[in-house]
Write a protein that binds this ligand. Sequence first.
Ligand SMILES: Nc1nc2c(c(=O)[nH]1)N[C@H]1C(S)=C(S)[C@@H](COP(=O)(O)OP(=O)(O)OC[C@H]3O[C@@H](n4cnc5c(N)ncnc54)[C@H](O)[C@@H]3O)O[C@H]1N2
Ligand code: MOO
Ligand SMILES: [Mg+2]
Length: 426
Amino acid sequence: MVEKRKPIHVLEAVNRVMTRLHTSGIEKIPLEEAGGRWLAEPVIADEAVPPFDRSPFDGFAVRSSDTTDASREHPVTLRVIETVGAGHIAGKVPGPGEAVRVMTGTIMPEGTDAIVMFELTKEAEDGSSMTISRSFASDDNVVKKGEEMLKGDEVLASGQRIHAGITAALATFGYAKVTVAKKPRVGVFATGTELLEPGDKLEPGKIRNSNAPMVVEQLKEAGAEPKYFGQLPDDFDHCYEQVTDVLGEVDALITTGGVSVGDFDFLPAIYEKLGAEVLFNKVAMRPGSVTTVAFKDEKPLFGLSGNPSACFVGFELFAAPWVKKAMGAGKPYLKQTKAVLGKSFPKPNPFTRFVRGHASFENGSHTVIPAGLDKSQVVTSLALSNALIVLPGGTRGFEAGDEVDVFLLRGDGGSAFYEPVKERRT
Ligand SMILES: Nc1nc2c(c(=O)[nH]1)N[C@H]1C(S)=C(S)[C@@H](COP(=O)(O)OP(=O)(O)OC[C@H]3O[C@@H](n4cnc5c(N)ncnc54)[C@H](O)[C@@H]3O)O[C@H]1N2
Ligand code: MOO
Ligand SMILES: [Mg+2]
């Protein structure tokens, strides 16, 4: 007699996984390796930025009081006493009627309080003087110390994913090493006697393993350190032995296939023999209803479906946010938005459906259309998708023009929480 599983809502399933302890520990890594990781501590300005008053132009540093009477009719000529480039400090202090030639980024010479760009001056052939025909006030064209940040300011809160702009801020404030959460090591097994590797020639009854390379890639996108342990045939003893063998080496383990109720679906029995705590083994969603998550000694075991689209969705909903939270992400979930359905989806479903779709942002509105065949077994729709369209379960389908919830795949910023979509429409 086949076991009857009780489906739980997606939100409940997500919460059961995400409320478990997430610890990978922290480490300090070189700035140049920190891209894609999450800040485990806030970035604090170690100094003001800019750290000194400086010139924003190639021009002349002047004493504004010398220019008060300058006009087109009565130009003022100042003696140029020195030339200073960025990184150098003026050696002389200009007196009345004197100016210093400075380049962009140069610290303001002592005694000067305004910058006149070259284009507004007339220089003597020999460079010994220059003439201006308008007045300048104190601080005109001076970039002031601390204009951008003051010493001790919080520049960035922790929990943000490090991109090029954050790298620039880290470099500015002297973070040659950056404190980040350690990458969780996540093991991957593909189960199924029918599986061949991508380089193999097809044989009757066999298919190429697409789940393992896909999940490894999803893990990389999520920022984890994937470790692919290979394929396992549908043999209980062999699978059990392999799973127990590798558990010590990883922080989490993902398997694909073998989680349903078939005669050779051994994952449920493996969880039982391991004494793992099964959080759920049926979710009210399509695809991926058989997705199972169990914990063995605080290590999650993600039993993803063998069907490629179900495997993909199960990863994005449960494994990816766990990985990101373990890595210190403040916003571990897929980015969520609303979009207009560009094409009708007439098939009703009692469960929430995550349709692989293509979202585009044009003329100020988001439109999303289903990508390819919407079946759990389908692989190619995944290649065309950049979004999951969330269609709540109910008794009728959806029409073009309906507003729908959308999860954006591979987006840079995520959401802080898994927003409960209506799980059932009436
Ligand atoms: N009696 C029932 N049968 C099934 C149910 C059910 O509720 N009652 N659920 C169906 C649903 S929904 C899904 S989804 C699948 C899930 O099956 P498993 O997770 O146990 O996966 P397998 O049986 O091992 O494989 C399913 C399917 O996927 C192919 N596969 C497996 N691994 C890979 C891989 N690495 N790369 C590409 N394709 C893979 C496999 O050949 C099968 O065709 O169960 C339904 N059945
Ligand atoms: O769990 Mo299956 O993927 O719903 O189709
Ligand atoms: Mg099966």
